[in-house]
Design a protein around this ligand. Structure first.
Ligand code: COA
Length: 313
């Protein structure tokens, strides 16, 4: 018995916010943003909530608006509509399912890999045949739009995968972890803390950059070692879409050539937990990868958290 990714899907809101648009909001330029990050535009959700985005991504992956046969919903998000019910419960209800296990996972930009890890573990031990794992974010609501060092980076969107039991093993291995001592480098204040600007994202970009490169590369190498798969055998690297320069440095350290890296951050910016499932969905739907191909996913986020996973599609 194994677990496979049976299908993928994604949804992004219609409104496009370009680098040129940002020039009229903060003192920045398209040239600065493009050369430092690779981002050209991002999507902004004006009315759709995180659970709306998540539901639409799940419908795209399920190819159905009803999901009575799903046994488990997990949503990775740092921007839930509510503290509770969880985003996963809201998605479950939208899809007319009244019985599945449903909960959210909080691991910032690594959330999707964490959620996949949890879903995979539960499916191996429990009678759960079918799971929907979603990464969904509305970061536009936790961004300080006066802060040019952060508002240029993030966007809204959602991606999802459907997991099913299978004869062959397709989720081949994980490397996953966290180090909370980095809590001050990337954070959003909430109840119980005395932040001067509750709800807004705070980041020390330079320091995050360096740890991100080191940590993502280390995690990707470890998962390849654990699974006994060489970087040459990987058909596509689907990294967390934070910054082109981070991805470039990580892929060089891991030994993956440029033409084997999936990049869509130019269109969406950093969509946090949604970035890997959106990228995976686009990679599959564009034919860049198909059945039998090995995909390496690697993420990094606030916490700090990190995670990598090798899957055979
Ligand atoms: N437009 C124009 N200038 C900007 C700017 C913007 N949007 N943001 C910052 N600057 C300025 C700074 O004020 C600074 O000016 P100074 O030299 O006069 O002080 C200069 O540009 C360089 O700033 P610095 O922060 O050193 O730039 P950088 O090369 O480190 O790039 C990031 C900044 C944010 C793009 C980069 O650090 C980064 O991507 N970090 C990782 C962030 C991330 O991915 N977070 C999520 C992880 S999951």
């Amino acid at each position: 018995m194994g677990i496979k990714i049976a299908s993928v899907g994604a949804y992004v809101p219609d409104k496009v916010l370009t680098n040129e648009d940002l020039e009229s909001i903060v003192e920045t330029s398209d040239e600065w943003i493009t050369t430092r990050t690779g981002i050209r535009e991002r999507r902004i959700s004006e009315v759709e909530t995180t659970s709306d985005l998540a539901t639409k991504a799940a419908i795209s992956a399920l190819k159905s608006e009803i999901a009575e046969d799903v046994d488990l919903f997990i949503t990775a998000t740092a921007t839930p509509d509510m503290f509770f019910p969880s985003t996963a419960c809201l998605v479950q209800s939208n899809l007319k399912n009244k019985r599945a296990v449903a909960f959210d996972v909080s691991a910032a930009c690594t959330g999707f890999i964490y959620a996949l890890y949890v879903a995979d573990s539960i499916m191996r031990t429990k009678e759960i045949e079918r799971a929907v794992v979603i990464g969904a974010e509305r970061f536009s609501k936790i961004i300080d739009w006066n802060d040019r060092t952060t508002c240029i980076l993030f966007g809204d969107g959602a991606g999802a995968v459907v997991l099913e039991k299978s004869e062959n093993e397709c989720i081949l291995g994980f490397d996953i972890g966290a180090d909370g001592s980095y809590k001050d480098l990337l954070r959003v204040e909430s109840i119980g803390s005395n932040g001067e600007y509750p709800w807004y994202l705070h980041m020390k970009g330079n320091e995050v950059f360096k740890v991100a490169v080191r940590t993502m590369a280390g995690s990707a190498k470890r998962v390849l070692e654990k699974t006994g798969i060489s970087s040459e055998d990987i058909k596509l690297l689907v990294p967390h879409q934070a910054n082109y320069r981070i991805i470039d440095a990580v892929s060089k350290r891991v030994g993956i050539k440029n033409d084997k890296i999936f990049i869509n951050l130019d269109k969406y910016g950093n969509t946090s937990a949604a970035s890997i499932p959106i990228a995976l969905s686009e990679a599959v739907k564009s034919g860049k990868v198909g059945k039998g191909d090995l995909v390496l996913m690697v993420a990094f986020g606030g916490g700090f958290t990190w995670g990598s996973c090798v899957v055979r599609l």
